[in-house]
Design a protein. Structure first.
Length: 338
């Protein structure tokens, strides 16, 4: 009976190991721009994520304070703050996932493309370091203009000889989050149940929510669908104007960024059927980068999903977004190769 008991307790211990945090893989997540408006609440949310074992907070300033603060939270991950270029290598070494919200935000009257001149250089430098110090990491690009910063990253990685298109993601989750919220308000359905794919890119008309595929379904008039589409496309500008010079979306972006990062970690850990919209290298249209639903897995993008059936209104929107998205991609590629 001793034997039975001990084998039963061994079995219980094995079950505990399987389901306790001890069996969750070690994952290092680095946030570049961690002391910023997005970076700080994103650091908080990633500190709350039990899939993270090591949280690396990098910025050019103020990271010691953010790291000390977040580090006192009694959750799984070890937090380390790194400040300045000399410490970027250590911040990145061993990272499984790098989230990049580094760069300047919009002020009223600006487009995301107006940020190109400053942010393209920041992204280029950070990606050069990523290529060197954590070439196998998944990259979640938040810095705007996303339509151009993702192609910049791809070109920098190609030059470094380590580009893996499955590992580079432009974060468009905030568009999905907004589309869900706005749709629930009009469709009168519980917001927690809503899903809406958003395709294209992440700026103005390049953001194309597919309300015809929204679930739960609702019979909304074409006027309402037009207004919902416009509000989703202008969601960022709505926040920029409300903040009146104090920046752009930070809290909702941190939420969206944490949601997408969590999906990436689940994919890495082998959780099946993890599907999110993201701006990735793509062949589903003639454009080399395009946002659509993707299935996430152990290597990053496992599959870029088809767009599915579009309404006539959405088909028009798709054709209308292509010229702008194409030129934003080309601008990024040109910058990286100049
Ligand atoms: P912010 O100015 O509050 O923070 C940016 C941070 O980046 C600062 O702490 C700054 O020190 C840091 N930084 C600057 N250069 C750096 C470098 N070389 N290395 C590391 N860190 C550096 O701005 P924010 O509100 O956090 O926005 C950041 C970026 O995210 C902007 O480009 C903004 O447009 C973009 N954004 C994207 C989305 C999206 O949906 N993808 C949503 C909101 C904001
Ligand atoms: C957003 O969509 O909120 C971000 O891209 C920030 C911005 O400039 O609008």
């Amino acid at each position: 009976s001793m034997l039975v008991r001990s084998s039963a307790s061994a079995k219980q211990a094995a079950i505990r190991r399987t389901f306790s945090s001890g069996s969750v893989p070690e994952r290092k997540v680095a946030i570049l721009g961690a002391a910023g408006g997005i970076g700080q609440p994103l650091a908080l949310l990633m500190k709350l994520n039990p899939l993270v074992s090591s949280l690396s907070l990098y910025d050019i300033a103020n990271t010691p304070g953010v790291a000390a603060d977040v580090g006192h939270i009694n959750t799984r991950s070890e937090v380390v703050g790194y400040m300045g270029d000399d410490n970027l290598a250590k911040a990145l070494e061993g990272a499984d996932l790098v989230i990049i919200p580094a760069g300047v935000p919009r002020k009223p009257g600006m487009t995301r493309d107006d940020l190109f001149n400053i942010n393209a250089g920041i992204v280029k430098n950070l990606c050069t370091a990523i290529a060197k110090y954590c070439p196998h990491a998944l990259i979640n690009m938040i810095s705007n203009p996303v339509n151009s910063t993702v192609p910049i990253a791809a070109e920098i990685f190609k030059k470094a000889g380590m580009y893996d298109e499955k590992k580079l993601f432009g974060v468009t989750t905030l568009d999905v989050v907004r589309a869900r919220t706005f749709y629930a308000g009009k469709a009168n359905v519980p917001v927690a149940e809503v899903n809406v794919p958003v395709i294209g890119g992440h700026a103005g008309v390049t953001i194309l929510p597919l309300f015809s595929q929204a679930t739960p379904q609702a019979n909304l008039s074409s006027d309402i669908l037009t207004a919902l589409t416009k509000r989703t496309q202008d969601g960022g500008t709505e926040v920029v104007e409300a903040k009146a010079g104090k920046g752009s979306a930070t809290l909702s972006m941190a939420y969206a960024g944490a949601l997408f990062a969590d999906a990436c970690l689940k994919g890495l850990n082998g959780v099946p059927d993890v599907i999110e919209c993201s701006y990735v290298q793509s062949t589903i249209t003639e454009l080399p980068f395009f946002a659509s639903k993707v299935r996430l897995g152990k290597n990053g993008v496992e599959e870029v999903l088809d767009l599915g059936p579009l309404s006539d209104f959405e088909k028009e929107g798709l054709e209308a977004l292509k010229p702008e998205l194409k030129s934003s991609i080309e601008k990024g590629v040109k910058f990286a190769n100049q």
